[in-house]
Each structure stands twice: as structure tokens, then as C-alpha cells.
Design a protein around this ligand. Structure first.
Ligand code: AMP
Length: 283
């Protein structure tokens, strides 16, 4: 596995691989690699001849009061995990080479980036869209794997590909969960052991929604309110939002229509830690 830190060098390698007709698959992360990331790398390994992994804690997607400086950066451990998972190229730039002092142009997401996570984290999706666009240009992938864990981010990235006419195949990877249903995340280390076991409530909420809809309940707002109540009744927990969107346009959905796909999106605070989760539900 080769470790690259300079955008130009990564680009030159990607260009050469393309000239040699290599199929490039990329997985973009902020590091602190876990089972979720490894599942994305595995999917990339299955669908591409060359696998690139990017590790970059992107400052432009963090708000002023967020955890940019505390975010875990166990680089040596990540290198070992990436190597063992069969990554061919690890691109791990410094912030200064991604955003030199005269960097000015950014990607603006529009309405999709301003709802839900975007409303709670102003500017977050513009930061994501900017860095993902830059990383697309740097790694020149044919295939890019993103996790359903960050469902709104995935919707934003699909929209970038559509609106900017990018010739990249976006593959969605299912959410990897711990035994109690908690979605694996680099930020789970911030949870106390009590908060971690109580986190099962989010997955229980998704299961509740699945059961309700399978039982012909159509009122999605009512189901969302029931899940909010489940979260409120969990000691140390409070919901931020619980809402359904239609899977196609990612717009709020109030009533389930048979045969359509919806996504239940949840965000909750466990003490000061904010958790997000989601599940796709067929009506
Ligand atoms: P991050 O390093 O948290 O920015 O995540 C990098 C990529 O891994 C994103 O596409 C995430 O959606 C994905 N990811 C993170 N956690 C999980 C998980 N538990 N299951 C599947 N994919 C995940």
C-alpha cells in the first residue's frame, strides 16, 4: 500500500491507472477506521481493480462548536487496518495542501443541504460537497462507495454527481451495527458505557417504524412522535429530530403510500454527544 499526501501526486497516479485501464474504486473517510469503513473498503475491493482510501478530517465541514480538534486521529492504526483490508493507495493530505491560503471556490448544496442535518449544522454539507468534489478530482474514481449511515450526505453526493454530470458510479453500503443495534461510528468513543447500551433505543425506533408500517399504519408523523417518546423515556437521551422522508427525493413525508420507499431519519443527544441513525422502510 502506497501512502500519498500531495494532491498532485495522487492525481498523477490516478491518471496513469486510468491510462492503464484500471478500474478505480474510492472510499472517503475521516479516519479512525472501524468495521463500517472496512465494509466500504470490502465493497470497493469487490467492484474495482484498484482501491483508494482517503483519510482527511475536513475542517470545512465542522461547525465552530464542533469536535474538529478532538476528532480521533489514530493514523498508525488506520494504516495497519487499511493495509490488511487490501487498500492499494491511501491518500492522507494535510489541511494546508487541500485548502491553501488562497483557496476560494466552494460548492453550495442548495435546499437539500439546508434541511435536517444541514439546519442543525449550518454550512456542513457545503463543506462535505466541496471536499468530496475535490477528492473526486484528485482520485479520479470510476466507483465511489459511501455509507447509508450518513443518508443525507449520500443524497447530497448523488445530487453532486447528477447536477455536475460526473461520470462516477455511487454505491451505497448498508449500515454496520454493534450487537445492540448502535450504528458503528468513530464518535461512539465519546459515549459512556451507560449511554452506549442505552443507544439501542435508536435502532429500536427503526424496528418500531418497520413494524408499524408493516401493520398498515399510514400516519408517519404519528409513528415519528411515538419514536420521539421512546427516546425521551430513555435516561440521558433526548431526541433532536425524528422524521420520515421519501427515499427518492429526500423530502418530508407525512403519509405512507403502499409500494413506496421511505427513510426514517433520527438524531438524538446522549448527554452532549449527538448520534444519527436511519433506516429504509418499504410501505
Ligand atoms: P466518516 O469517516 O465518519 O466520515 O465516514 C466515512 C464513510 O464511512 C461514510 O461514507 C460513512 O457513511 C461510512 N460509514 C460510517 N459509519 C458507518 C457504518 N456504521 N456503516 C456503514 N458505513 C459507515
Amino acid at each position: 500500500m502506497q501512502i500519498i499526501t500531495e494532491p498532485r501526486q495522487m492525481q498523477a497516479i490516478a491518471e496513469k491507472l486510468r491510462l492503464n485501464r484500471q478500474l478505480i474504486g474510492v472510499v472517503m473517510t475521516m479516519g479512525a477506521l472501524h468495521e463500517g469503513h472496512l465494509s466500504l473498503i470490502k465493497l470497493a475491493r469487490q467492484s474495482a481493480g484498484t482501491v483508494m482510501l482517503t483519510i482527511f478530517v475536513n475542517p470545512s465541514q465542522f461547525g465552530l462548536n464542533e469536535d474538529l480538534h478532538q476528532y480521533p486521529r489514530p493514523f498508525e492504526q488506520d494504516v495497519a487496518l487499511a493495509k490488511a483490508a487490501g487498500v492499494d493507495y491511501l491518500f492522507a493530505p494535510e489541511a494546508g495542501s487541500m485548502y491553501p491560503v488562497n483557496h476560494q471556490i466552494t460548492v453550495e448544496c442548495g435546499a437539500l443541504g439546508q434541511r435536517l442535518e444541514g439546519e442543525r449544522r449550518p454550512g456542513h454539507f457545503n463543506g462535505v460537497a466541496t471536499v468530496v468534489s475535490k477528492l473526486f478530482h484528485i482520485t479520479k474514481p470510476h466507483i465511489a462507495i459511501f455509507g447509508e449511515k450518513d443518508a443525507q450526505q449520500l443524497a447530497v453526493i448523488r445530487k453532486i454527481v447528477e447536477d455536475f454530470n460526473l461520470d462516477i458510479n455511487i454505491v451505497a453500503a448498508p449500515i454496520v451495527r454493534e450487537e445492540n443495534g448502535l450504528a458503528v461510528s468513530s464518535r461512539n468513543i465519546y459515549l459512556s458505557s451507560q449511554e452506549r447500551s442505552a443507544a439501542a433505543v435508536l435502532y429500536q425506533g427503526i424496528c418500531h417504524a418497520e413494524k408499524s408500517i408493516a401493520g398498515q399504519k399510514k400516519n408517519l408523523s404519528e409513528i415519528a412522535a411515538e419514536i420521539e417518546q421512546m427516546i425521551f423515556s430513555t435516561p440521558g437521551y433526548r431526541p433532536d429530530y425524528v422524521t420520515f422522508v421519501d427515499e427518492e427525493r429526500f423530502e418530508p413525508a407525512e403519509t405512507a403510500v403502499a409500494g413506496k420507499e421511505y427513510r426514517l431519519l433520527l438524531a438524538a443527544f446522549a448527554g452532549t454527544v449527538r448520534l444519527i441513525d436511519n433506516g429504509k422502510i418499504m410501505a
